[in-house]
Each structure stands twice: as C-alpha cells, then as structure tokens.
Design a protein around this ligand. Structure first.
Ligand SMILES: NC(=O)c1ccc[n+]([C@@H]2O[C@H](COP(=O)([O-])OP(=O)(O)OC[C@H]3O[C@@H](n4cnc5c(N)ncnc54)[C@H](OP(=O)(O)O)[C@@H]3O)[C@@H](O)[C@H]2O)c1
Length: 217
C-alpha cells in the first residue's frame, strides 16, 4: 500500500521504517520537502521510502499518518491540503503537548478536557476518517510490542468503524498488536491524549520509555 507519513521526528521515522519493512511504500512529508531527517529516512529505506512536502505525502498516501508535533498538527494538515486528505484514513498519533515551559510538558489547554486534538482534526476535516491510535506509548514500542514482556494494550478510537477495522487488520495486526481496545468514537481521543501526564510520570519514575498500560478486569 502507498502510505503518507506527515512528520520527520522519531515517530515518523520509526513507523515509516517499520511499514517499509512490512512491504509498504512510504512518502515522508515535512514543511520544506527535504531536510537531513528525510534524507536519512530515504537512505535507510532505499527503494520504498521517499520524501516530499506534507502536500506530496498526503497526496501519495492511500492512508496518511499524522506524526507531527501536536501543537502544530492543524497547521501541518492545512499545508497537506484538504483535497489530498478527503475520503482517506488519517491515523493520528500526535499528542497535544506543550514543551515551551520546560519539562514535564503540559497538555495544550485548547485540546483537552472538553475536546482533544483528534476531535479538533475530525471537526476541521469532516470528510477525513480520523483514527487515533499508537499515541499512548513510546515509538519504539509502537512498532515492536515485544519490547515489553507479556500482554499489554493498545487503544484505538474513531467515528468510522470500517476505517478502524482496516487499520487493525492492515497496520496493527501485521506489527503484532492483537485485540486493540476500541474505545469508540473520536471523542475517546480525550482520554487517550489525557493519559500522557501519567505516561510522563511513569517514564520519569522508572527511567525507561519501555513500558505500557494493561487493562485488567
Ligand atoms: N516520541 C514518541 O515516542 C511519541 C509517542 C507517542 C506520540 N508521540 C507524538 O507523535 C508526534 C511526533 O513526535 P516526534 O517526537 O516524532 O516529532 P515532533 O518533534 O513532535 O514533530 C516533528 C514534526 O512536526 C513538524 N512541525 C513542527 N512544527 C511545525 C509547524 N509549526 N508547522 C508544521 N509542522 C511542524 C515538523 O516539521 P518539519 O519536518 O518540517 O521540521 C516535524 O515533521 C508528536 O505529536 C508526539 O507528541 C510521540
């Protein structure tokens, strides 16, 4: 499948590289279309990995991943172009964190409690099928669930059930994520994003990003 990745940070690089390994063609998008991170991605994934602007990546992908900085995601999506996104699945991995006052970051107030980044993206792009997943863990674990021993959970939400089913079958299962917990419509993005302060506390406490949540009942 042709997949567009918006974002050149560690998340875009890690997910993009894994998807190339799974046989997909990936175009990684950035603001300028070319920087040292996209160059490294193309070099590592020669043949199946290419790079371009956010617009190029969105136009290329049958599915598009949002791996941009949460506070800038709406700007990045605007640059990608609504016409390049309409009708497609947008997998939203971003977290609306503000690092401007140092660490630990805070949740950006406009994107929490009564809304979320996932919901704001869905509101702004009603013809795009926004599926939120992967955002509750470190990117290395996203693509390698066995970095953490035993059973543990990944969450998913979104208004379009067919889109969620496709992401589960074509992306999560091949990576090794079985039985994702479907939290329902895109409003569940609130809880998936607001778990981040807890995640940040735990990574500080145990001095590792290699842990995950497990729901026991
Ligand atoms: N790090 C993790 O393990 C992890 C885990 C879960 C979720 N997340 C979330 O995943 C997302 C990506 O994280 P990351 O650490 O890989 O990268 P990041 O540094 O948060 O974001 C990098 C991307 O954001 C774009 N960007 C920055 N400012 C922008 C602006 N003003 N307008 C448009 N685009 C802008 C950059 O564009 P250029 O390429 O042009 O510079 C780059 O592609 C974040 O939302 C993060 O919260 C991260």
């Amino acid at each position: 499948m042709d997949i567009g990745i918006l974002g050149t940070g560690m998340v875009g690089y890690t997910i993009g590289t894994k998807l190339v390994q799974l046989g997909h063609n990936i175009k990684m998008g950035s603001r300028t279309g070319e920087n040292e991170k996209t160059e490294a991605f193309v070099r590592t994934n020669e043949g199946r990995g290419t790079a371009g602007t956010f617009e190029d990546a969105a136009a290329f992908g049958e599915i598009v991943f949002n791996c941009t900085s949460g506070g800038a995601s709406l700007h990045a999506l605007k640059m990608a172009g609504e016409h390049n996104l309409n009708g497609k699945i947008l997998v939203d991995v971003a977290n609306p964190l503000d690092f401007s006052k140092g660490r630990p970051p805070i949740l950006i107030p406009e994107y929490c409690n009564t809304t979320s980044l996932g919901e704001e993206i869905q509101k702004k792009y009603p013809l795009v099928k926004v599926v939120k997943t992967f955002n509750t863990m470190n990117c290395n674990l996203m693509v390698k669930p066995d970095l953490v021993p035993g059973e543990h959970d990944i969450f998913i939400c979104g208004d379009d059930s067919v889109a969620k089913a496709k992401i589960i079958k074509d992306i999560l299962h091949p990576i090794g994520w079985h039985g994702p917990i479907d939290l329902g419509g895109i409003t569940a993005a609130r809880s998936m994003e607001m778990i981040l302060p807890l995640w940040i506390n735990i990574t500080g406490l145990y001095q590792t990003p290699n842990f995950n949540f497990k729901i026991v009942r």
